[in-house]
Design a protein around this ligand. Structure first.
Ligand SMILES: [Zn+2]
Length: 225
């Protein structure tokens, strides 16, 4: 229970860090004068990726790479923006497109696990609700398995996200899209804060998994005694 609260606190802290880093460094323009969309298009071209389209979408921090549609989605702010935060996020999403093009194994595993994880995620509220009215003993194993699947998915997500961020930092420095010194450090802070949210999501899932798994293990042992 303490572990769940700690993981929850870390999630809140990570979210706050992302918003504050993004707020701060979306005000710091990159000296290259490039927009997020321009940087994304350049990075894709440099990596000989010609079948990924870069599009903008309304909303804040909706940025993602959709491997099934081969679409790199940037929020309007990051698509048009010329800040080090916008360029960092655009380059990070390009990192995912490069992973996809090069068949980076953890991304392949993650894509394969999306279906069952969505199913597990949908099962959790249904099972939890059922557990309140029906036999909780029946529901406990279902929740343990469902959170186990979600935990595994969040674990596979970690190398995918860290690798995309490492690629982004290297490419932005090499191409000079983000200047050295303050610009680079600002971009780094935004991406590192974002990476921390994935660590927090993993720990939260792990805490819930253990919360439902441990009573089963303890219960099983006392039955044997
Ligand atoms: Zn990512």
């Amino acid at each position: 229970m303490i572990f769940i609260l700690l993981a929850f606190a870390l999630s809140l802290y990570a979210q706050m860090r992302v918003s504050s880093a993004f707020r701060k460094y979306s005000q710091l323009p990159a000296s290259s004068g490039l927009s997020g969309a321009q940087v994304a298009q350049r990075i894709l071209a440099l990596n000989a990726i010609h079948d990924v389209e870069v599009v903008s979408q309304p909303g804040s921090l909706v940025d993602h790479y959709d491997p099934s549609a081969k679409r790199l989605v940037l929020s309007e702010e990051n698509y048009h923006g010329q800040s080090v935060a916008a360029l960092g996020i655009a380059a990070h999403e390009c990192g995912h497109a490069i992973q996809h093009a090069r068949l980076y194994a953890p991304l392949q595993w993650r894509m394969a696990a999306v279906g069952i994880t969505t199913l597990a995620g949908n099962m959790i509220p249904i099972a939890a609700l059922g557990g309140m009215f029906l036999a909780p003993k029946l529901v406990l194993p279902i929740l343990a398995v469902a959170f186990g699947i979600v935990t595994l998915f969040q674990l596979i997500t970690l190398p995918v996200e860290f690798d995309a961020t490492a690629r982004a930092k290297a490419i932005l420095a090499e191409t000079g899209a983000v200047g050295p010194g303050e610009e680079y450090r600002g971009m780094e802070k935004v991406l590192d804060a974002a990476a921390l949210t994935y660590v927090a999501a993993f720990l939260s899932a792990l805490a819930s998994f253990l919360h439902y798994l441990l009573p089963l293990l303890v219960g099983g042992r006392s039955d044997e005694e």
